[in-house]
Design a protein around this ligand. Sequence first.
Ligand SMILES: Cc1ncc(COP(=O)(O)O)c(C=O)c1O
Length: 360
Amino acid sequence: MARVYNFSAGPAVLPEPVLKQAARELVEYKDAGMSVMEMSHRSKAFDEIIRQADVLLRELMNIPANYKVLFLQGGASSQFSMVPLNLFSNSTKVDLVHTGTWTRKAMEEIKRYGTVNLIASSEDKNFSYIPKLDRSAFSADAAYFYICSNNTIEGTRYTSFPDTGRVPLVADMSSNILSEVMDVTKFGVIFAGAQKNIGPAGLTIVIVREDLVGRAMEITPVMFNYAIHAENKSLYNTPPTYGIYVAMLVFEWMKELGGVPAMQKINEEKAKLLYDCIDNSSLFKSPIAREDRSLMNVPFTATTKDLEAKFIKDTKGVGLVQLEGHRSVGGMRASIYNAMPVEGVKKLVGFMKKFESENK
Ligand SMILES: Cc1ncc(COP(=O)(O)O)c(C=O)c1O
């Protein structure tokens, strides 16, 4: 069977050249005589892989030297706990903007150890927009200010980030890291599960400003302490070695493509193709405020539930898969991460037009 166009929200499509290179190197990696999966995480060959992944990510995101890059496990969900455990020292209050499922989960964890000062929420309109922020509501004494930069389920993203002054800005970038140019220096902590724009599930990337490392709460489990992982260069215990290797290949692929600015251009082109199709349709509709629409996750609906079911069934027949909306919101969702080729989006748009003409 040929490869399909996979619009999954995560784990998600990976660049085909990366998969092919991983396949070529699966049994024997370079002159190591073994697979990366079989290699000690303390070996010279693996050390080169993790160092190279670090160097490439720093280059791609322009990460300054005073930030640590950690290659961890536990998914983005572990960061919902790790961030408060590591950043609550003088203050246990968090300013938070509530924009959907993933900020709710983060909020639940924060409340185990501290309090949330809700700066704004878009719950009143089903999380279909990013709220405008009133600076006078920001707390000068918050431990950090928390946002989710791209809301994977709801399909919104920040197009600019709040200026939080001396309070560190913390962002869950799981679903739009490396998709557009962002200024890392605006953030205290950035974290992301790898399984969307970076590599296989099981690897979690944390980018943390040095001054925020080393002040974890007493109760912090050793595996949840940023300082332990930073001191040990992500090798305190066995890291997700194969995931780090694939991430390195993805970073190489992105660099060859022209880095994040080139990726952003392609992502904007793909998103425009899809949103234009939806906006010019009388059958499909986007529930999301135009100015806040995600470049990565595009939820849309059809005029009836029956047509939505038919659309999902028919798309599968032509090799366009995983277009079901999240179980909590229904409808459809096309996730068009970095590795989704423009051709995949063109094929989807072509199919949507045909479907509309046949189902008026
Ligand atoms: C924005 C966002 N945050 C957090 C998560 C949870 O990630 P994980 O499954 O790696 O814990 C997801 C997963 O889809 C996500 O999209």
